[in-house]
Design a protein around this ligand. Structure first.
Ligand SMILES: Cc1ncc(COP(=O)(O)O)c(C=O)c1O
Length: 422
């Protein structure tokens, strides 16, 4: 995490000491480094220079408008899964011809709007969805660009809940079913077959699933071409993982980008990739304050002001994130192991177990959770009637609150009490 570094034992985000931000913004808050986001994007973009590769950022990973705008300015496209995400992407300046629309449950309204915007492609996930897109395109007399998401039946992803490419997962259709859909799509004057799509899972740290699935999509494409169905785009999805631990693991970024480059040069088609985590995960931390310390015969707990409603990955996926101090008073003989827990009334509200921190940390001290830029804020909720927390973006020595805290009153305003209770 180059843009989150300790300097003289104080954590900096780019050129700002995080404790300075804590003086202005109440914890808990998400803190992002613009430079890290741009560096991550550039790392991929540079590798694909001269190739026909579209980096369609998976908006679900972090959908903050400012982050989308940063990426739009870099030429990123977007992979969206709802009209909410699509409209954010459009507002951020990502053009419709760089937007792909994935997801198993697109509503008629969402489909209609996407047709009107003439997006790059629908990634269709079922026969019924295909029929609805055809019907709505016909009604509007606008040609919709389509790709079918095939389910390659490949195991991938760091956790069963983030694997998406197995037959038992709800995503995509089998190659046999896809062929039938493509053949019927060929006859519609309102559908423009442009591509084939696939996404096998998230937090993938080995090349094998990528290699296997890329082979499958290419083979499938050849089969389509035998049936005189011409394919211009291969959307190979996202999934490239990152190292959340302090241990060294094999970095597959180079091998992955080479694989993408190879398929692009060999097939001469536009390759679409949909990275989310890789672009934003290590560009964000969650800053939190210690509320209380307590211990029993078994455990030492630190209770912080960030809860599982703010950051659900550990509870949902058993995700492991390191928790560290904003200010180090590092004397290793004075270190102790603590379970870092949130204030939510759920046993699952544990951010991490056995975090090694200095014994002397106390109520009021600040901690941070590492690498939470992806699927952090985007998955947060108002559980326990807690308002969504601020998001802050740093660029060099500037910082800006890119999302304000949602106050308890903000969501109470949405609720109405019927007259028969009053
Ligand atoms: C269709 C699709 N594309 C892309 C992504 C992004 O995956 P990742 O953040 O692992 O790159 C996801 C996430 O699960 C997805 O469902």
């Amino acid at each position: 995490m180059n843009n989150f570094e300790y300097k003289r034992k104080i954590l900096f985000c780019e050129n700002i000491a995080v404790e300075e931000i804590c003086k202005k913004i109440k914890t808990p808050f998400y803190l992002y480094s613009s430079k890290q986001i741009l560096d991550n994007f550039d790392l991929l973009a540079k590798k694909f220079k001269g190739c026909n590769v579209l980096i369609a950022y998976a908006v679900k990973a972090n959908s903050n408008k400012s982050i989308l705008k940063l990426l739009a300015k870099k030429g990123a496209g977007a992979d969206v899964v709802s009209y909410g995400e699509m409209s954010r992407a459009l507002k951020a300046g990502i053009p419709p011809n760089k937007i792909v629309f994935s997801g198993v449950g697109k509503t008629d309204l969402e489909i209609s709007r996407a047709i009107e915007h003439k997006i790059l492609q629908f990634n269709i996930e079922s026969q019924q969805e295909f029929l609805i897109i055809e019907q709505l395109a016909r009604e509007k007399k606008i040609k919709a660009n389509i790709a079918i998401r095939i389910n390659p039946d490949i195991e991938a992803g760091g956790h069963p809940k983030i694997s998406t490419g197995k037959k038992t997962d709800k995503f995509g259709v089998s190659s046999d079913e896809a062929i039938k859909i493509y053949i019927s799509a060929k006859n519609s004057p309102y559908l423009n077959i442009v591509g084939v799509d696939m996404h096998i899972g998230s937090q993938i740290l080995q090349m094998k699933p990528f290699k296997n699935s890329f082979k499958k999509i290419e083979k499938f494409c050849k089969e389509l071409e035998k049936n005189k169905i011409k394919i211009k785009h291969l959307d190979v999805g996202g999934g490239l993982g990152i190292n959340y631990s302090s241990k060294k693991i094999k970095d597959i970024t180079k091998e992955y980008t080479n694989l993408v480059k190879d398929i692009s040069l060999r097939t001469k088609k536009k390759i679409i990739i949909e990275p989310g985590r890789f672009i934003v995960a290590n560009a964000g931390i969650l800053v939190t304050k210690i509320l209380y310390k307590k211990s029993n015969e078994e455990k030492k707990f630190i209770i912080v002001d960030a809860g599982m409603n703010d950051f659900i990955r550990p509870a949902l996926y058993d995700a492991k994130h390191l928790v560290k101090q904003i200010k180090l008073n590092k004397d290793k003989y004075k270190e102790e192991y603590f379970d870092i827990v949130g204030p939510i009334c759920e046993t699952a509200d544990v951010i991490t177990e056995n975090a090694k921190l200095n014994k002397s940390i106390e109520r009021g001290d600040f901690l941070f959770i590492e690498k939470v830029g992806a699927y952090g804020s985007a998955m947060s909720s108002t559980y326990n009637s807690r308002g969504l927390i601020p998001e802050v973006l740093v660029s060099k020595n500037m910082f800006f609150e890119i999302r304000k805290k949602m106050k308890e009153d903000d969501f109470l305003k949405l609720e109405k009490v019927p007259s028969w209770i009053k």
